[in-house]
Design a protein. Structure first.
Length: 615
């Protein structure tokens, strides 16, 4: 092969999916290439070519338009144009050159025949953007299964079985003796053969010994009755998140609703080794803010470790969010130790990415307080001190103050349940721009500490107001469509034009946020209470709002963009930089750029559907 053909072959091999071809196969393609040159504003295919052909842009740019002359996409250097491989006379499309363009073209039947021994390469041309993206995300998840441990280990693989129980009528002394005999720190308490509660060594110390109660009283007097359990087919990471958010160290395991065993934080630590569980454990043991600050320095290292070991973006988000919750809980405990117990019930809630369990290391704070309607004006001093202590403590640990002041220390977001109910009602019934901004924040809330029912009741009322509320959903949709994927413009992507982030892609606001917005709209329309984006999409998939296939496509898109985002952040952290969301396209491979285009196409198509419904 002469030098010119070698140069063309090397160029073709740099273009996915041909990069997977061996040199010999790429050489055969190269030998059959036709080289063409088209002036600006020319149409494709050239008049002298009638058979189906595949086109590769060597230099220049093409526009792809529908019969209404609406721009569908752009092709730049290295892009492969397949619209004329299998032409359909019923579909009126046009491809025009935006500038003088040098093209390589190959007879499609010849390409098809040459690629028969390479089904993975051929599949690229026979699949949609969504299908290609799904394949890539499946590979990411397969790698995560190989590399991860806690994330992909079933609870059923290592929980303690059978669960050791004691009857509700047994004495506290009997419970202590039995715990000592079996060398366990907890017992499940049964009543008439059913789970009634749990008693731990901590309960015996704090609720019996410290209170001077008789050891002969029934164990039911000191047990915890609001029992939280988990099914054995969940993964161990789900157990970690549940135990962290509910501030418990012992979790009953069930199979088909029947008691099967017990899992503890210690079990998780043994299973996982030095990781998120250890960090969470260290947080719970910290006695000062200074100690918490030192622990917080491990969080970026944890994110780097998880990315290097192939952990999915979803699991990274859950881990970082669980750690943020642990910091928050410990700071609240410290504050209560200083100020004394709360005068009335309350719940500290997280908003935004923490509530959705989609955080990256050291995100900004977004939090609030929902206080019982029993509160009196003089009680706000206590809640003011609590909020200030916790917000300042989180800031010291690297969680920056919210630029929009969406924090519990702001009196506006430290209100009674009744006031919060009025907030939600006003936002739904009067969806002006400011209300819609608040919807994007406060319709994603999750409890962190306190009386969980205060939020649960509010969410139930709010969903009743949004379910099927076409006027509100139309306003929310119009607002959400202001964020569009940076796709379909000159050459490759629409890049940031100015400032420090010039020539980068804003993955958070232009890629991930549109999916978060869509998932929220679907959930509100269907009355789904889930807050996590993937969980929302899974629950609404197959509903009137979203087909099952579209839900899967959006899940693949958010997972792929999430992986690019955290990998980019890890590179920045390794270089001693502050992690951000602005990805230079040149930082990723050409194949990753193609998959990113596929992800953007998926989002754009679903946005177009919403626009057609509520336009």
């Amino acid at each position: 092969m002469n030098a010119e053909l070698t140069e063309i072959r090397d160029f073709i091999k740099a273009s996915p999916p041909f990069d997977k071809l061996p040199d010999e196969a790429a050489g055969k393609l190269t030998e059959n290439i036709h080289i063409g040159y088209l002036r600006k504003d020319s149409s494709l295919p050239p008049k002298n070519i009638t058979e189906p052909r595949l086109y590769i842009v060597r230099k220049g740019a093409l526009s792809y338009l529908d019969e209404e002359h609406e721009l569908l996409g752009k092709f730049g250097e290295g892009d492969i144009c397949t619209v004329f491989c299998l032409p359909d006379d019923k579909i009126k499309i046009a491809v025009k050159t935006d500038e003088d363009t040098l093209l390589y073209s190959i007879n499609w039947q010849l390409v098809f025949d040459l690629l028969q021994p390479f089904p993975e390469v051929l599949a690229y041309f026979n699949t949609s953007a969504a299908e290609r993206l799904q394949h890539q995300v499946s590979k990411i998840h397969e790698q995560a299964v190989v590399n991860a441990t806690l994330m992909n280990t079933s609870i059923g693989d290592f929980y303690r079985a059978p669960a050791v129980t004691i009857t509700a009528g047994a004495s506290i002394r009997d419970a202590a003796i039995k715990m000592n005999e079996v060398n366990l720190s907890s017992l499940l308490v049964t009543e008439k053969g059913e789970m009634a509660g749990i008693v731990t060594d901590k309960d015996i110390r704090q609720r019996c010994v410290a209170q001077g109660l008789s050891f002969e009283l029934p164990v039911s007097d000191i047990m915890t009755r609001k029992l939280i359990s988990i099914e054995a087919d969940n993964n161990a990471f789900d157990a970690l998140v549940l135990m962290t958010t509910r501030q418990i160290h012992h979790l009953p395991v069930t199979r088909d609703g029947q008691l099967a065993g017990m899992i503890t934080v210690t079990d998780l630590i043994r299973q996982e080794g030095q990781n998120a569980v250890h960090i969470t454990g260290a947080i719970h043991k910290a006695g000062t803010i200074k100690e918490l600050v030192e622990i917080s320095k491990l969080v970026p290292k944890l994110q780097r470790h998880m990315v290097k070991t192939g952990t999915t973006a979803a699991h990274v988000g859950k881990s970082i969010s669980a750690i943020t919750a642990a910091f928050t809980v410990r700071l609240i405990e410290m504050a209560e130790k200083i100020s004394g117990p709360a005068p009335v019930p309350y719940v500290w809630v997280a908003a935004g990415s923490q509530a959705r369990r989609e955080q990256c290391c050291h995100s900004d704070q977004d939090n609030a307080l929902i206080i019982s309607d029993q509160a009196k004006p003089e009680h706000d001093y206590w809640f003011h001190d609590l909020a200030t202590f916790v917000n300042d403590g989180l800031a010291a640990c690297g969680y920056a103050y919210c630029p929009g002041n969406v924090m519990a220390s702001n009196p506006k977001w430290r209100q009674s349940q009744q006031v919060w109910g009025q907030y939600f009602e006003n936002w739904v019934n009067k969806p002006d721009p400011k209300a819609l901004m608040h919807c994007s924040i406060f319709f994603d809330l999750a409890p962190v500490y306190g009386e969980m029912s205060l939020l649960t009741d509010l969410r139930h009322t709010m969903l009743e107001q949004t379910r099927g509320n076409t006027l509100f959903l139309a306003h929310l949709t119009k607002n959400a469509l202001n964020l569009r994927p940076p796709l379909g413009f000159f050459r490759d992507f629409v890049l940031e034009k100015n400032g420090d982030n010039k020539n980068t892609l804003d993955l958070k606001h232009k890629g991930i946020a549109p999916i978060v917005d869509l998932a929220r709209i679907y959930a509100l329309a269907e009355g789904v209470s889930a807050v996590n984006t993937v969980e929302r999409l899974r629950q609404v998939g197959g509903s009137a709002s979203l087909t099952l296939a579209s839900a899967k496509n959006l899940i693949d898109a958010v997972e792929f963009m999430g992986m690019l985002r955290i990998e980019h952040q890890v590179k920045q952290l390794q270089q001693g930089k502050v992690a951000d969301n602005f990805l230079p396209p040149k930082q990723i491979s050409r194949l990753e750029r193609e998959h990113l285009k596929d992800a953007f196409k998926v989002v754009k198509s679903l946005q177009d559907v919403r626009q057609s419904v509520y336009g």
